[in-house]
Design a protein around this ligand. Structure first.
Ligand SMILES: N[C@@H](CCC(=O)N[C@@H](CS)C(=O)NCC(=O)O)C(=O)O
Length: 206
């Protein structure tokens, strides 16, 4: 049995999307962001010292970090969503699984936090903006003619890349990145994604 500790409007949405795609039975424990600070509620800290979402329980084992969660679910239920270990595609898979959180989210979060500093952050903004553009260009360029990352059908990398791609589109970077815009449109049109929003609660990037 899988339990998803799901924070509204968060990276946790892609875990619900994956589980809906796989039609696996699971339960959701819902957590709501604070209306003023937008931070996770203290209840998430009672689950794990990081207090972040997503987290899942897989047969009683708590797993944190989106990429580890996606890998664990795919290893158990959907090995076809990860390329064979010794293939070149597997290296591309690993690169993007790490890129999605380790690289793409860095300028996104820097922009979010420095945006609250007003003029004090002005000297940092050109570098942050340049890094966002660079990372979003790479995300555009890495999409295959089929519209997917790594494989020509839905794979674990698509699940991980969905969140930074959604942020890019929501922030207006899709106008000059048509493949990225089409990728997000494709995700949002999938029945499994629509169901994931129905069960997860309103999602501002959908
Ligand atoms: N690298 C982690 C990031 C987890 C993370 O930062 N989650 C955010 C939601 S998008 C969160 O829980 N934020 C609430 C808070 O920090 O209070 C992952 O991919 O799971």
């Amino acid at each position: 049995m899988i339990i998803v500790h799901h924070l509204n409007n968060s990276r946790s949405q892609r875990i619900l999307w994956l589980l809906e795609e796989l039609k696996i039975e699971y339960q959701i424990k819902h957590y709501q962001r604070d209306a003023v600070t937008n931070l996770a509620p203290p209840e998430l800290l009672e689950v794990h010292p990081l207090g972040k979402s997503p987290m899942i329980e897989l047969d009683g084992r708590l797993i944190v970090e989106s990429a580890a969660i996606v890998e664990a679910i795919c290893a158990r239920y959907a090995s076809n969503m990860v390329p064979p270990v010794n293939s070149d595609d597997y290296l591309s898979h690993m690169e993007l699984m790490h890129f999605a959180e380790g690289s793409a989210m860095t300028p996104i979060l820097l922009a979010l936090y420095t945006g609250r500093l007003g003029e004090a952050a002005a000297p940092l903004q050109p570098r942050i903006k340049q890094q966002m553009v660079n990372h979003f260009d790479y995300m555009e360029e890495q999409l295959r003619p089929s519209g997917h990352y790594v494989l020509d059908e839905l794979s674990a990398a698509d699940i991980m890349m969905s969140f930074p791609a959604e942020v890019a589109i929501a922030q207006g970077y899709g106008d000059t990145r048509p493949k990225l815009a089409a990728f997000v449109e494709w995700i949002h049109g999938r029945k499994a994604f629509v169901r994931s929003v129905e069960v997860g609660g309103a999602y501002r990037f959908a």
